[in-house]
Design a protein around this ligand. Structure first.
Ligand code: OSB
Ligand code: MG
Length: 369
């Protein structure tokens, strides 16, 4: 298919509630929506780079720059065969995985629409719905957190992740565990500890958590290996796994027992599938992480998580957990079994609410052949 144009929409959308992690607090969520046109079709993708470089060095500003100056010239006016072809074209651009992943998603949407197949079918997904949980940000107090957890359990979520940071972990996690002894519970530190300060996490090792996510620095697979040796609870890597190679390093080093897969972090859905395949072949459970996606990225995550290795619930909550108003007409709802149906229509299986997209757009740029 010949790419006739690429359009970028820098959007900012109000979250239903502020989301606080060890790296900051967000009340508005920024991202870049990518639209590719080819052969009379439009394909959409979501680049999850946010306003600040807190989770990753990439921001909506760096992604805009990389997409406009470097990715667009490599693909606009060119014939693209598939995602692998896209990856080989952008290979000379070092890093900037969020930027690349946003465009790769649009390529998959185009391929699916052209072939009349859903992403789930293109990927070879093996289930129609995906078990999901909810990721809860840092709250004002341990009791406020427990009340927030309870409200999500009432809404039907059966797996909860809580965000932690130094000084806001032991009391919080103990309070939630005491209130809900049988809850499938996990914690996420977003790289807030060092090997030394991670000693504070030791009491959590007795709380029967599903996993402890990314306690240490992003570039520190080795120290995670030292930490995992001291914990019976599985360590799960998020930020540290940025390529399929890093998944291999982590498993060979025994730095973790579980991997959180985010297509954005590894540079695209094709790379996410490669990490999945590697983990499946090495008996390592994976689950699909989230970046507070709009309906576009949510559809993509759901399709990915239909693959057989995604055996733990994903951070892919219902649309109403994030946005009162989304930019897709489709909204994703939680089924009674704490699962969400993967889209079945061709491509991502979602349609754009042009009016909402326009209202949330801060800047727009089209690069045409
Ligand atoms: O570390 O998993 C994370 C959101 C933004 C950045 C990083 C993370 C998260 C989440 C939210 O935990 C997951 C979701 O989309 O619900
Ligand atoms: Mg995480």
């Amino acid at each position: 298919m010949k790419i006739s144009s690429l359009t970028l929409y820098h959007v900012s959308m109000p979250l239903v509630a502020p989301f606080e992690t060890s790296f900051g607090r967000e009340t508005m969520r920024e991202c870049i929506i990518v639209e590719l046109r080819a052969d009379g079709l439009s394909g959409y993708g979501e680049c999850v780079a946010s306003r600040e470089p807190g989770y990753s060095y990439e921001t909506s500003g760096t992604a805009w720059h990389i997409l406009k100056e470097f990715v667009a010239p490599l693909i606009v006016g060119q014939a693209l065969a598939d995602a692998a072809d896209f990856q080989s074209r952008v290979a000379p651009i070092r890093g900037h995985h969020f930027a690349k992943a946003g465009v790769e998603m649009a390529v998959w949407d185009l391929i699916g629409k052209r072939e009349g197949k859903s992403l789930k079918d293109l990927f070879g997904g093996t289930r129609d719905s995906v078990e999901v949980g909810v990721s809860i940000g840092i709250q004002e107090s341990a009791s406020a957190l427990t009340r927030t957890v309870e409200s999500y359990l009432e809404r039907g979520y059966r797996r909860v992740k809580i965000k932690i940071k130094p000084g806001r972990e032991v009391e919080e996690t103990f309070a939630v565990r005491k209130a809900f002894p049988d809850l499938r519970l996990q914690v996420d530190a977003n790289s807030a500890y060092t090997l030394e300060s991670a000693r504070a996490l030791k009491p959590l090792d007795d709380l029967n958590l599903l996993l402890i996510e990314q306690p240490l620095f992003e570039d520190d697979i080795w120290d995670h290996r030292l930490l995992q040796a001291e914990f019976k609870t599985p360590i799960c890597l998020d930020e540290s796994v940025v390529t399929p190679r890093h998944a291999r390093y982590a498993l060979e080093m025994k730095a973790c027992k579980i991997i959180n897969i985010k297509p954005s972090r590894v540079g695209g859905l094709s790379q996410a599938i490669a990490v999945h395949d590697y983990c499946l072949a090495h008996d390592t459970p994976v689950w699909c992480g989230g970046m507070l996606e709009t309906g576009i990225g949510r559809a993509s995550n759901l399709a990915l998580a239909t693959l057989p290795g995604f055996v733990l619930p994903g951070d892919i909550s219902a649309s109403d957990r994030y946005y009162l108003r989304d930019i897709t007409h489709e909204r994703f709802a939680l089924n009674s079994d704490s699962a969400i149906d993967a889209p079945i229509a061709p491509g991502l299986g979602v349609t754009i609410d042009e009016k909402a997209l326009k209202e949330f757009t801060l800047a727009e740029l089209t690069i045409a052949a």
